[in-house]
Design a binder for this molecule. Sequence first.
Ligand code: ATP
Length: 234
Amino acid sequence: MLEVKNLFVSYGRIQVITDFSFNVGAEAVGLFGPNGAGKTTLINSIIGLVKPRSGEILFEGESLLPYETHSIVRKGISVVPQDGELFPIMTVLENLKIGASYIKEARDKVNERLEFVFGIFPVLKERAYQLAGTMSGGQQRMLAVGRSLMAVPRLLILDEPSVGLQPTLVTELFEKLSMIKSEGVSMILSEQNVRQGLKVIDRGYVIENGTLAIESTADDLMHNEHVKRSYLGL
Ligand code: ATP
């Protein structure tokens, strides 16, 4: 579905991604690495917010590099950004509807999509008329994911969704991500919380200093000595 090949990305003269390749099929893929490793830069490259210096990004065989972000989203890629980017003085329902508003296919079946999102996140239905900015941090994170799902993505990209959430909420959110995965949505999960992330993903890539450190299945990553030492505190 998505193929990133030999990507190099620089900010000015500082190279932050060096020869990075990865791919995503009908599965959930983890992008793990410490702060500043380059995870957000990779995501921004996929959705056209950052232009790579060289390399290739293919979505269903077509290069995404010539396209602007809005066109890339229309092709079926939706991102949940790190800060959520909700509209705080709009209701939950209004925020969700905005998620569907950019794409004709989504606009045409907005009610069906709402039912899909409410099925995964019942709390959003209960609070449909509450202002988004008055909800708890955990609920706002659920809303950000729900809003991205309104766009009927085939590939959902989540940039560190667990940041700032207390452990019980992280567990709840990641259970929801497993539900979304089982609905047939492919996923890229960028995370520093490797322990929780490994419960959701099928395969993962560890990125350190902008380069690939390890690529493996979730099972193998869980037993990898470097992962255990550096990311699982074992
Ligand atoms: P984080 O968890 O902080 O989001 P990350 O793995 O997503 O980390 P990036 O945000 O991609 O990492 O950052 C990779 C490197 O690029 C870091 O050294 C960062 O300081 C640098 N960087 C990121 N954005 C810019 C920018 N706009 N201009 C210059 N340098 C940047």
